[in-house]
Ligand binder design. Sequence first.
Ligand code: PLP
Length: 394
Amino acid sequence: DIRLSSRVSTVRPSPTLAVTARAAELKRQGKDIVSLGAGEPDFDTPGPIKDAAKAALDRGFTKYTAVGGTPELKAVVAAKFARDNGLEFRASQILVSVGGKQSFFNLCQALLNPGDEVIIPAPYWVSYPDMVLLAEARPVILDTDIDVQFKISAEQLAAAITPRTRLLVLNSPSNPSGMAYSRAELAALGEVLRAHPEVLIASDDMYEKILFGDAPFVNIANACPDLLPRCIIMNGVSKAYAMTGWRIGYCAGPSALIAAMETVQSQSTSNPCSIAQAAAQSALESGDTLLTPMLQAFARRHQYVYDRLRTLPGVAVLPSSGTFYSFPNVQGVMQSRGIDSDLQLAEQLLEAGVAVVPGSAFGSPGHLRLSFATSDENLRLALDRIGGYITAPA
Ligand code: PLP
């Protein structure tokens, strides 16, 4: 037997990918499964972005680039932060990585020591706690529920901070809850953080563009400009531009931290794919023009899914502020079915022909994550099946 590191034994493979894989396996066996498991837009990458990649290939842009991203892409990222977020960053404060996933991995490796604590509100994106564990630090999970719109309070944050706390992770709008913090809510959290200058803040803005209401996007650096020197703003092209497979994420923050993160990256992947960088550059240069049809579809589907879910007995659901997820509380369904785990409920729904991700995967048992990054027809079918399962006699 091969003896593995204790580090790797503390983490598990991504459970969201596992559900998608299980659904795909059942489909291969000929079962009729509608998957609401996906964590990616169902749209193809817009044509002009693909054209930029083809042009990069044709001009031989196929070699190593600067580890942290081409100067051209960094300039466009800086322009994006200025234009969309009112934040000014120099090139030395920007790092381009192999997806938002690598950005957060680099951050953990560059910042954390064994025993350090990272505050992570639940429900959380599945990778945060595991990447903290891989850095041999300790995730400190703050529970939330539907009554507080899945958002942490200032009091909760204040009570969680210890002398070992190095980082707070904020993800708004959130995968999986779909909730976004308001400026006032962020200001209240910022007020707590002011008293703890040693705590950094990772603002994961990956779903910035997918926002349904009239309120403009806001992050904690917007709400509390004085905290900007302690913020790492993380973003990427994966979700906004339907570019999950291209693997380009970017972040900006204090230059000493960014330099350390770049060193980590230089000893793992080196630069992100040169061709994908050219594509990301064209995506960010295009601003929001290519996004409108996708955003309209997400907004329409959200309305449909929310309207259907809210009528189901035993289901409590909030309208999402953004993202392509709905995160209903299904404890009522579990009770009436005599089921005690959301994993079991997800398995039964898979039997009924719908793949969803159990809330436990995100640290919030008793919930399900439904992705509406799929066709209207699939959504109708999936909700018919979920409704059929719930209302059928047990
Ligand atoms: N952050 C959040 C909240 C996410 O949901 C994801 C993807 O699922 C990422 C970051 C990472 O995105 P990627 O590595 O695909 O760019």
